[in-house]
Design a protein around this ligand. Structure first.
Ligand code: UDX
Ligand code: ADP
Length: 471
């Protein structure tokens, strides 16, 4: 059967995944009408804002939206209308880790996916290709198919595809323009393969065919979890080695360069840090742990769980190093935390290591000043409140200040912590910072960002992750 030529696409969910992905689809496919819908009115208003004050900060995104919005890219809260019109629907709704019930703390909460699926079944009056884009546990497509088939109207066919997104925040537009690969999973039936071909044609407007990899549905779902688990595992491996470096006097940068020069290993994702964050790594690994346990594979579950445990250990180890170095107490001491986002070039704070560090410093009753070039003040308060749910916000605010520059954050402090690798922090005038700090002035680099020798010459006592030099 000839594959359907897609002319109208709807995307359910205008978040970090759905927004940038479908904005790029619209830009690259001017002949396709793309409508991104969300029931969050404020989010849609921001996407539609006349001055392009978009709800997500992503380099290059504004330019994409400027070119396509109003031409063939639309943002709306009218979910039903968009579903009704579309031939192909991306489901890009949130799939957070479950907070309660079976699998709490591990399994993905599929409530939003299920509600979106039921909505598609209820509203549709014609056949649709439904594309699972949110990261979901294996075999979610099967559940979606069951729901759609049980609720479809006569003459409506639903073909399910899995098309996981591999974009990283901060480089989303670049990743979407030139992806390493586009992965599409489908049932290996004639109908499934034909639906797959329709989506291949959409991507082929800008992605070469040899980079579009078509596989079975379950392989596609598992590949997304596997890719994130293996990336996170590399970071936990290098972070585990950073602890050995600190204990022995070796240098983690040198070790990771030496290891990464082996072409079988490769140099990327071997940068030691205060711990990985972001909405995907931990969530996807815990998903894999849950899946392994459900499949009665406890050894496999324990193997992957250790990647997250090593990450927690890295964060704990870093806070402890700060306390130990500051003469075993930070009670009442002033500490500046530079960076709150989980990595540079994003305003996203989900699972950011900075949140855990600040919570630990609060528990020691330190006085903390925070500076991040991108994260909104309200987001910082919300994250700190969630990290210490039993402490009233007013009490948190007694010991934490949010500032608007590096110099404001570091005034009169005893220690500076670099928690996010913002480019701006590479350009800090450390002489000026040193001049206004209490002495001895300590600096803890959790991101391998500074040149420790230069800072020591200024007078700082520098402690860098993965370096064992004495202060
Ligand atoms: C990740 C995957 O890279 C992406 O393919 C997937 O679609 C979503 O999850 P993202 O969470 O945006 O993307 O960020 P990423 O760049 O992978 O970084 C994740 C965390 O690891 C960050 O906290 C980062 O600072 C940390 N990291 C990364 C390291 O500590 N060391 C490294 O070498 C690389
Ligand atoms: P992600 O990082 O996976 O993109 P986000 O939380 O940033 O996740 O975005 C998911 C978005 O999906 C949210 O804005 C949420 O309001 C939206 N959403 C959830 N369910 C539906 C639905 N049934 N229809 C439309 N939008 C939905």
């Amino acid at each position: 059967m000839a594959p359907l030529k897609v002319t109208k696409i709807c995307c359910l969910g205008a978040g970090y995944v759905g927004g940038p992905t479908c904005a790029v689809v619209a830009l690259k496919c001017p002949h396709i009408k793309v409508t991104i819908v969300d029931f969050n009115q404020a989010r849609i208003d921001a996407w539609n804002s006349p001055d392009y004050n978009l709800p997500i900060y992503e380099p290059g995104l504004e330019d994409v939206v400027r070119q396509a919005r109003g031409r063939n890219l639309f943002f709306s809260t009218n979910v039903d209308q968009a579903i009704l019109e579309a031939e192909l629907i991306f489901v890009s709704v949130n799939t957070p880790t479950k907070k309660s019930g079976v699998g709490a703390g591990f399994a993905a909460d599929l409530n939003y996916v299920e509600l979106a699926t039921r909505q598609i079944a209820r509203v549709s009056t014609s056949s649709k290709i439904v594309v699972e884009k949110s990261t979901v546990p294996c075999r979610t497509a099967e559940s979606m198919r069951t729901i759609l088939e049980a609720n479809s109207k006569p003459g409506c066919r639903f073909d399910i595809l899995s098309n996981p997104e591999f974009l990283a925040e901060g480089t989303a537009i670049q990743d979407l323009f030139a992806p390493d690969r586009v992965l599409i999973g489908s049932l290996q039936t004639p109908e499934g393969k034909s639906a797959c071909e329709s989506l291949v044609e959409v991507y082929n407007n800008w992605v070469p065919k040899q980079k579009i990899f078509t596989v079975g549905l379950w392989s596609s779902e598992l590949s997304k979890l596997a890719a994130n688990a293996m990336l996170a595992q590399r970071i936990s491996s290098i972070n585990a080695l950073s602890a050995i470096c600190e204990a022995t006097g070796a240098n983690i940068d040198e070790v990771s360069n030496a290891v990464g020069m082996d072409s079988r290993v490769g140099p990327k994702f071997l940068r030691a840090s205060v711990g990985f964050g972001g909405s995907c790594f931990q969530k996807d690994i815990l998903n894999l742990v849950y899946l392994s346990e459900s499949l009665h594979l406890p050894e496999v579950a324990a193997y992957w769980r250790q990647v997250v445990e090593m990450n927690d250990y890295q964060k704990r180890r870093f806070s402890k190093r700060v306390v130990d170095t500051l003469f075993n107490t930070i009670t009442g001491k002033r500490i500046a935390v530079l960076g709150f986002a989980f990595k540079a070039d994003t305003g996203d704070t989900r699972e950011s290591a900075a949140i855990t560090l600040i919570r630990d410093f609060q528990a020691e009753r330190a006085r903390i000043s925070i500076y991040d070039p991108k994260v909104e003040e309200s987001q910082i308060w919300q994250d700190l409140q969630e990290a210490s749910p039993t402490v009233p916000l007013v009490d948190i605010q007694k010991n934490v200040t949010i500032t608007h520059s590096v110099l404001e954050a570091t005034r009169d402090v005893e220690a500076v912590i670099i928690a996010t690798e913002w480019r701006e922090f590479k350009l800090i005038d450390w002489h000026a910072v040193y001049a206004q700090m209490s002495k001895p002035a300590f600096l803890f680099d959790g991101r391998l960002l500074v040149n420790p020798d230069e800072l020591r010459q200024i007078g700082f006592r520098v402690s860098v992750i993965g370096r064992g030099e004495t202060l």
